[in-house]
Ligand binder design. Structure first.
Ligand SMILES: [Zn+2]
Ligand SMILES: [Zn+2]
Length: 698
């Protein structure tokens, strides 16, 4: 007779707790004191050692393998709805796939305040009225204009509406250039989905703070529905309140960054992943999940359609669409009335140099004259350089000393913000040092900044065009809350003649009077060891090209790309406006060498104060794993190698890359490897390690 049969007043539940120990913990559930029966997905408090922790009920069991007398009790139930079944299922799947405990996946996805029992009472007295709801209602009536859709948009919407009405799982790729009306297309679809009573939709975006325009469009499109946002910039209280609204079904639209994929929603009917190729969907710490991939998993589990949106899809997604695993919806026409394709000039710096332009500041004669002409016409110019700071390195010409970081195998970047003190900063570990007065190695007083970043470009342009108003947008100028919005606002208001910016300016913003875009230093990415670098460069270039608006004065806008390698594929296809051509070429290359999407990869990473210890541990674990009888022979293992950037924040790092054409074989191999690593790890001290599935940066 089981414990449950004997005992009507108590049950045993298994609980997920945020700990690396990969198991569930058994607890006694006392019906009388808790006032209800256990439910899967309930957030509860429990005794754990001497502390009280918060966990999630995963299941009720008949008998515990432990001594019942010694089991501790569930001490309280959070005053909120249980986490939806699909999210618990997703946590169970992720736990296996990403090799973490369920608790490590599930608990961090619950807002902090809900993980603190002492905050529960406060949260249950929620201010129910949404601020946004008040704000939007009166605004909308005037703002909503009738926008006519073109045939391609209508076709895409019809297809999506059909899928959501039939309630079937299908992954769609909506591919279309900037200005083709992708956002409007998916918003119209979601509007249809929301007509059904009690339905909820999830819109995922890479970055909310940089795209206030998108939040605005979503609010405008759905004046009557309640919308909440989920991202890391919210206060703990707001995040907890928003999460509750999603979890009860009160919020109809959830707009969020990658963290939103784990938000519990009882009535989720459709998912959109905007800019699906964006790297920020990949979590780079803790559970290294891909929010895009999990979103597809979730849609499948719920049997609802999911739409992946991009102008430059990731090769994985694009290939699945070509392979007809995903359905492709294309928007080939620029929808806006006066939107035209920008003209793209590729400036060959080799020729530019031959013709006498010394190009010392990284600007070709062609680009400089373009800026001058633009200024005369009163139009805006955007200069894109994806490197912040003044110079990437400080160098002594006498002894060739360079400003290396003490803790990382990287140079410290010279920062020389106008009007402030200069310093050396490491962009990897955050170390900041003052500028040495003389060379620390030989005493020479002539230290030269090499190369250029946004600050140097800003400085040069302000000397070259003293009358121009120059605005710099990078992580340094946008650090303060709200400052990004402010800067973007002044661009829109025409308060800047020249904008110098990193990738940050390329996300989501349309600048109607930017008539010239200059890309001055893109070549570096062509020679990266990372096989995805070209794909990323191409996506960035497409995105920055898309920022060029069109104005009456200038006619079509112009994009100037400076390069020493004009025939490189990203430039060539960009000029031809041929995304599919580029992806087809990259796809062919990957196929020939068997790289993803034609194989699956995992990275085993180890780190220690000394490189030897990290390498030894990986070698021993790898040997032990491969000796296992169950080891799948079709899994390929690279040698143990130091990482490209060996030292980071004082730790030396090494890795093994595993590859297999079969995802399941790779899964088996990783489970064996995980076991071997755990065993090795108990034998030695202080070696950190993790396993990463589907790495996006190698
Ligand atoms: Zn020196
Ligand atoms: Zn560093």
């Amino acid at each position: 007779m089981s414990f449950a049969e004997k005992n009507k007043k108590q049950s045993i539940v298994q609980v997920a707790i945020d700990t690396p120990v990969n198991k569930l913990f058994d607890y006694i559930w006392d019906h009388e004191s808790l006032g209800s029966s256990p439910q899967r997905g309930q957030i509860i408090s429990i005794e754990f050692g001497k502390k009280e922790l918060v966990g999630v009920v995963i299941k009720e069991i008949e008998n515990s393998e432990f001594d019942i007398q010694k089991l501790k009790h569930v001490t309280g139930i959070a005053p909120c709805t249980s986490i939806s079944e699909d999210v618990i299922g997703m946590a169970e799947f992720s736990s296996v796939y990403y090799q973490k405990s369920i608790g490590e996946v599930l608990l961090p996805a619950i807002p902090k305040y809900w993980r603190q029992k002492e905050k529960w009472e406060l949260l249950s007295k929620a201010k129910r009225k949404t601020k946004s709801a008040e704000k939007k209602n009166h605004r909308n009536k005037e703002e909503q204009k009738v926008i006519h859709l073109n045939d391609e948009q209508e076709t895409a919407i019809a297809e999506l509406v059909k899928a959501s009405q039939e309630k079937k799982f299908e992954t769609y790729l909506l591919q279309g250039v900037t200005g083709s009306g992708k956002t409007l297309t998916y918003l119209r679809w979601l509007a249809k989905v929301l007509e059904e009573e009690n339905s909820q939709v999830l819109i995922m975006v890479p970055e909310i703070n940089l795209t206030p325009q998108l939040e605005e469009s979503v609010r405008t499109a759905f004046p009557e529905s309640s919308l909440i946002v989920m991202h890391s910039g919210l206060t703990d209280r707001t995040r907890a309140d928003n999460w509750l609204k999603a979890n009860t079904g009160e919020a109809k639209i959830i707009l969020g960054t990658r963290m939103a994929v784990m938000t519990s929603m009882p009535n989720l009917r459709a998912i959109v992943v905007d800019e699906e190729h964006d790297l920020s969907y990949k979590q780079q710490e803790g559970v290294r999940y891909s929010a895009r991939d999990l979103a597809v998993w979730r849609a499948k589990k719920l049997e609802v359609p999911i739409l992946l949106v991009s102008a430059t899809p990731s090769l994985e997604t694009w290939y699945r669409a070509e392979d007809e695993k995903y359905k492709k919806l294309s928007l080939n026409n620029r929808a806006a009335k006066n939107a035209t394709k920008p003209i793209i000039d590729i400036v060959d710096l080799n020729i530019d140099r031959q013709s006498g332009n010394k190009n010392e500041h990284g600007f070709s004669a062609h680009l400089l004259s373009g800026i001058a002409k633009n200024l005369e016409l009163g139009l805006q110019t955007l200069i894109y350089i994806n490197r912040r700071g003044y110079s990437p390195v400080l160098n002594c010409e006498a002894c060739s000393w360079v400003s290396d970081c003490l803790k990382c195998s990287a140079h410290m970047v010279l920062h020389r913000p106008a009007g402030e003190r200069s310093s050396l900063c490491c962009h990897h570990c955050g170390l900041i040092r003052s500028i040495p007065k003389v060379c620390p190695s030989c005493g020479n007083s002539d230290l030269i900044p090499l190369g250029k970043g946004t600050q140097k470009v800003e400085e040069f342009l302000s000397q070259q065009f003293p009358q121009a108003k120059i605005l710099r947008i990078d992580a340094d100028t946008t650090r303060k809350k709200g400052s990004a919005e402010e800067l973007f606002g002044s661009i829109h208001d025409g308060d800047a003649d020249i904008i110098v910016g990193t990738q940050m300016v390329t996300k989501g913003h349309d600048y109607q009077s930017v008539a010239l875009v200059g890309v001055i230093d893109a070549d570096a990415s062509l020679f990266s060891q990372d096989y995805r670098a070209a794909e990323r460069l191409f996506a960035q270039l497409m995105q920055v090209t898309g920022r060029a608006g069109r104005s009456e004065k200038s006619g079509a806008s112009r994009v100037v790309i400076q390069t020493r390698y004009p025939s490189a594929a990203p430039y060539k296809y960009l000029q031809q406006d041929d995304v599919n051509g580029f992806l087809a070429e990259v796809c062919e290359e990957r196929k020939m060498v068997g790289l993803p999407p034609f194989s699956y990869q995992a990275l085993i990473h180890a780190e220690h104060k000394t490189l030897m210890a990290a390498i030894d541990m990986l070698k021993d674990a790898s040997r032990a794993a491969q000796l296992s009888e169950a080891w799948p022979q079709n899994v390929m293992m690279s040698d143990v190698v130091p990482k490209t950037m060996v030292r980071l924040a004082g730790k030396e790092r090494a890795q093994i890359l595993m590859e297999c054409v079969n995802r399941q074989s790779l899964q088996y191999a990783l489970e064996i490897f995980q076991q071997a690593l755990t065993e090795q790890n108990t034998k030695r001290k202080g070696v950190g390690w993790y396993i990463e599935r589907d790495p996006v940066q190698i």
